[in-house]
Design a protein around this ligand. Structure first.
Ligand code: ATP
Length: 351
């Protein structure tokens, strides 16, 4: 049994299914990201956990205890909203104290807990300010302190960094992650930003159209995407249209390749740009490699690597070369190679 369990959760709005049979098991102390594009059902899932949206079907358990029919305030979950949802008329301390006052804790205990929570998020000394007198990052910290002060069994974060500028967001990611780890608090984190998911979580659940398309570590998802959607959504990928030769062999850009094909139907072969290399046309290539040939359209230096756009019989592809690689002349005829095992075949989607 896992600490946090979601079993077959479903939520419909009229004819549309926002969340469709979502099951997920999270271990104690683990941080899991719900990652997916806008509208895939991330927030609805989180809100069902928090008790803010009632599921049509399914169950939520924390430490073996059924939460599904408990009101939000009895679930002991800390929720950080995207907009922070701070009370504008209350001070920082008043905002953080809110959950404890609601639980009718003694005054002295509240004061101590609020102080601890503000120290944890590095806001000590700002307790009498109003939210409007704080920067975005500071407001974010207040929202986090307010969620943590009740010692929640589960922490829920909904796109809570998306209002911060890039630099601050990056700093907060690391800070929240280190607080989450030091407290050992079980966390579910909603984001559509893959870097956020990668830096802040132990595992990622990729959501697509109300369902979990894949759950695993960042490496699992990047190296072994379970579906075409996951391959496209997480990281970059070239999709090469594949055909079958008369002998059943897979052809990429009209050349036979050592790539396994699905049993039937049309498909594309996905390859990460960093897994590809550019070599001279004359270079001998071992049978464990895939090789296509083309012409260099463009080569762009982007700091830590060089992006090379190659055009061939089946379209264009991008190769990511380490910076410092020998310069490649535009128009040069080259071969692009990669290991056969780095080819990920996925059925072609209906247009
Ligand atoms: P975003 O990243 O844009 O917040 P999301 O993945 O969190 O998206 P949800 O907010 O969970 O997605 O929404 C999932 C689907 O359910 C969407 O199609 C949305 O329009 C719909 N939906 C969500 N809440 C409601 C509601 N209260 N009434 C009707 N439809 C809703």
């Amino acid at each position: 049994m896992s600490y946090l369990e979601l079993a077959g959760l479903q939520k419909r709005y009229g004819a549309s299914v926002a969340v469709d049979d979502v099951s997920l098991a999270v271990e104690k102390g683990e941080a899991v990201a719900l990652l997916g594009p806008s509208g895939c059902g991330k927030t609805t899932t989180l809100r069902m956990l928090a008790g803010l949206v009632e599921p049509d079907r399914g169950a939520i358990r924390v430490d073996g205890i059924a939460m599904t029919n408990l009101p939000a305030h009895k679930r002991n979950m800390g929720y950080v909203f995207q907009s922070y949802a701070l009370f504008p008329h209350l001070s920082v301390a008043g905002n953080v104290a809110f959950g404890l006052e609601e639980r009718r804790r003694p005054k002295a205990e509240i004061a101590r807990q609020v102080e601890d929570a503000l120290a944890l998020v590095r806001l000590a000394g700002l307790d009498q300010r109003r939210p409007r007198e704080l920067s975005g990052g500071q407001q974010q910290r207040v929202a986090l302190a307010r969620a943590l002060v009740i010692h929640p069994s589960v922490l829920l974060l909904d796109e809570s960094l998306s209002n911060l500028d890039a630099k601050l967001r990056d700093a907060m990611r690391h800070e929240i992650r280190s607080i989450q780890r030091s407290l050992g608090i079980t966390t579910l984190f909603v984001t559509h930003d893959q870097v956020e998911a990668l830096t802040m979580c132990d595992r990622i659940a990729v959501m697509h159209r109300g369902r979990i398309a894949q759950i695993g570590t960042a490496e699992d998802i990047y190296e072994r995407p379970a579906t075409r959607f996951v391959a496209e959504f997480v990281g970059r990928a070239n999709a090469l249209p594949a055909t079958r030769g008369p002998d059943g062999k897979v052809l990429l850009w009209n050349e036979p390749q050592p790539v396994a094909a699905p049993a039937s139907g049309e498909f594309d072969v996905f390859v990460r740009p960093q897994r590809m290399r550019i070599v001279p046309l004359s270079e001998a290539v071992g049978s464990e490699n895939v090789r296509v040939s083309g012409r260099i359209l463009r080569s762009v230096f982007v700091g830590d690597h060089v992006e090379v756009l190659v055009e061939g019989a089946g379209g264009q592809l991008t190769v990511e070369m380490p910076s410092g690689s020998p310069a490649l002349a535009e128009g040069a005829e080259v071969a692009v190679i990669w290991r056969a095992q780095d080819s990920l075949p996925f059925p072609r989607e209906a247009p």
